[in-house]
Design a protein around this ligand. Structure first.
Ligand code: SF4
Length: 440
């Protein structure tokens, strides 16, 4: 059997694509191997790239540099460069890495088996279509874990001025609900205890295309009807696409977890407008208030970017103050990184110096830590259900870690590996990023 290794950079969408590739490769007779250390450890090397930041793009090219050297020793080795950088850079990849056999954009993943055959026969192949190649019925080979990531939408129509996703993943499309439901059932049959419905804007599911009689709320209600004990999550939500119906669905459906990931990006309404986000500070705060009022124990997490072109000190302070005021449970933070093709990348005259961006990032990271600690404090003394997702030993103590329904990480000292089990835990302590608990 031939050996394959896939290195995955970036978000859950890429991880999900990698599972799809492994599923196809399994069918084609390949076996998955651990990270190769030399030229003969694998027959096929695939890098699934991310272009959200310049750093990830540089990492992809630096990584395959080593693989290119291996190819000099082992000319039969095949190298595939796929994912978002492939989609965005196209043929330029061959110029920077002549040893690559296949450059495959995100839209061509469904024809990978055919493309692979061609490179196996010695052809150099370029597949980077403008529109997605239709989905085929191919089983996924999921990474063994308790949570299965299930894409429900792909692409994005929002064109936020800093974001490359609409250029690398294309226009928004929703997957067939029956295929999604079948995938959920299969994942549960395979032993997964949680499913996360995934999309760049998961809450715009069904808005356009062939399934407009569906929306995220209906899909959640259908999945909730599936028998058995399991959890349902969904991410990422666009603030103004969160409807009252969706909030009510989270309340009504026992398997749907109480958490929303709603990127805000900036606390300044002026910057939000420049980012082409379709809400202002007050509207975002109102959405948070509404969800908190209705959904008990809900966790609301967010994303923030500092140093967007032209961001003044006062506008940055608005981001800091909104984080403080809304007491968000956790936030992913980043400093602005210009991405080719995007509108903001052309605002060169208004770029913020790197040292200022880094300073601002440090400040909001501290605020984020404070928010997390505060959010965790609320749960000390409470009893919560935890789904265990890993087991390890540190300094002679065996620990199970898992997540509550609202996605809080809990560490539970216990001799027995309980991975995949739902347990009731009394929260008896906390750190910034996690809770401590004991079995009850
Ligand atoms: S909503 Fe904006 S940030 Fe999110 S994927 Fe679409 S363009 Fe990018």
């Amino acid at each position: 059997m031939k050996k394959v290794y896939i290195e995955t950079l970036g978000c859950q969408m890429n991880k999900s694509d990698t599972e799809k590739l492994y599923g196809m490769l399994d069918f084609l007779g390949y076996i998955e191997v651990n990270e190769p250390k030399d030229a003969f450890d694998a027959d096929l090397l695939i890098i699934n790239t991310c272009s959200i930041r310049q750093l990830s793009e540089d990492k992809a090219f630096s990584r395959i540099g080593t693989w290119g050297k291996w190819k000099e020793k082992n000319p039969d080795l095949k190298i595939v460069f796929c994912g978002c950088v492939a989609q965005a850079k196209g043929k330029e990849v061959f110029k920077r890495a002549h040893y690559v056999d296949l450059v495959m954009g995100t839209h061509n993943i469904n024809e990978f088996p055919d493309l692979l055959k061609r490179i196996e026969h010695g052809e150099k192949v370029y597949a980077n279509d403008e529109t997605p190649v239709p989905e085929r019925d191919i089983a996924q080979k999921r990474v063994k874990a308790v949570n299965a990531w299930i894409p429900i939408t792909e692409g994005c129509d929002n064109f936020c001025t800093y974001c490359i996703v609409p250029y690398t993943r294309g226009r928004e499309r929703s997957r067939d609900p029956q295929k999604i439901i079948a995938e959920v059932k299969q994942a549960l049959k395979d032993g997964f205890k949680e499913v996360t419905l995934l999309g760049q804007n998961v809450d715009s599911y069904g808005k356009k295309g062939d399934y407009t009689d569906w929306n995220l709320a209906r899909l959640l209600r259908e999945i909730n009807k599936i028998e058995g004990k399991f959890r349902i999550r969904f991410t990422t939500s666009y603030p103004t696409d969160i409807t009252d119906e969706l909030i009510q669905t989270v309340i009504d459906c026992d398997k749907v977890c109480e958490m929303f990931h709603i990127p805000m990006q900036s606390g300044s309404s002026v910057i939000l407008k420049k980012m082409n986000r379709r809400y202002n500070r007050e509207q975002y705060a109102e959405i948070v208030r509404k969800i908190r009022e209705q959904v008990k124990d809900v966790a609301i997490t967010s994303d923030f970017i500092v140093g967007f072109p032209s961001e003044t000190e006062e506008q940055f302070e608005e981001t800091l103050s909104v984080m403080r005021e809304l007491e968000l449970d956790y936030s992913n933070t980043a400093s602005y990184s210009p991405r080719e093709k995007t509108v903001a990348a052309k605002m060169v005259d208004e770029f913020i110096p790197d040292d200022v961006k880094e300073k601002r990032l440090e400040i909001i990271n501290n605020q984020n830590k404070e928010n997390c600690y505060k959010s965790n404090e609320k749960y000390v003394g409470r009893e919560m259900e935890v789904l265990i997702d890993s087991f390890y030993e540190r300094k002679g103590i065996k620990i199970n870690t898992g997540r509550t329904r609202n996605n809080k990480i809990v560490h539970i000292p216990c001799e027995k590996d309980m991975t995949g089990e739902f347990v009731n835990v009394k929260i008896n302590g906390l750190k910034t990023w996690y809770l401590k608990g004991e079995l009850v």
